[in-house]
Write a protein that binds this ligand. Sequence first.
Ligand SMILES: *Cc1c(COP(=O)(O)O)cnc(C)c1O
Length: 398
Amino acid sequence: MHDEYEAASIWARETLAIRAGHERTGEQEHGEPIFPTSSFVYGSAAEAARKFNGEEPGNVYSRFTNPTVRTFEHRLAALEGGERCVATSSGMAAILSTALALLSAGDEIVASRSLFGSTVSLFDKYLGKLGITTRYVELSDLAAWEAAVTPATRLLFAETPSNPLSEVVDIAALADIAHRHGALLAIDNCFLTPALQRPLALGADLVIHSATKYLDGQGRAVGGAVVGRDAELEAVFGVVRTCGPCMSPFNAWIFTKGLETLELRMRAHCQNAQALAEWLAAHPAVSRVHYSGLAGHAQHALAARQQSGFGAVLGIEVVGGREAAWSVIDATRLLSITGNLGDVKSTITHPATTTHGRLSEAQKAAAGITEGLMRVAVGLEAFDDIRNDLARGLDALV
Ligand SMILES: *Cc1c(COP(=O)(O)O)cnc(C)c1O
């Protein structure tokens, strides 16, 4: 599989996840090697000159390109169905690099109200300082997106499904709104990964990843990526190459190996999450379960159409507010009490006092972050053990 883009049209996604992007060195290694080198050498002054001025492809310096990082980029590009991928030091670096590459002072972003907290801070605090303004709208309300777009809008930005309430937006319809107004659509695909949702095929222009989550899947490293067309990605590459938020080859190797089990892991995550959501929905202490895999979810049909799975992040509301939610969390012995997700280990958190703790009461109310809400990112432990760990606290409430 030396040419991933050719390969992408021939091989199934499951195969690409395991094979794409690996170019063997002269050692004929079977696995993917790590290249922990800052720079590269040349056979002659003329060759060095050609590599530096881009006349001849090749590596110059690991802030620009590195073979281990390239393997990860090619593999993820093949999985997302994009022309090109640029890896970054974190998910936030992926969003920052995209913004610096594609936006200028005076440009506007229209974004979903339900975004990762640091993404909102990046847009408001740091892009705001550069004269780039962001308007927030209800994720699933297409009329609100349309109404918020102005002639200065260059980028629409959304996470779907949302965290932690599992709201969904119609990506194809959102891409249509963006394109009619000459803007680009970026989708943060962190929660589903290309195993379950491919935004580019639905019309999005850019896919953003925090590789820290499911791409690694075992909580070992922080990294990110942007995937899309050559034209935009060349600009993103320019930012990473010049400004420096590049991915380390060690982390790239971890993420490359993570991709090899992505399909299997996501399928197993979904299976545990679906079973848990159905069990929770029938529990007398639970007032509401937010999971798009449940038939009663307001956007179940849309989610079933544009996703090939429903993911593994559940919003669970209990009667009795913060005290009740905290008692369920504190009764766990297996689930990790942490804000992290996308790990084989199940995690549980109380969004109102942790991940969404900085929001005002009004913002929390608007975002649906109630005091009785818990978020569970369902891992790959045995289903009965996960269920029993939650049952201990939930049963005590009734
Ligand atoms: C974690 C996360 C990010 C940020 O990624 P980092 O790797 O932590 O920088 C962005 N978007 C979503 C949806 C996330 O969950």
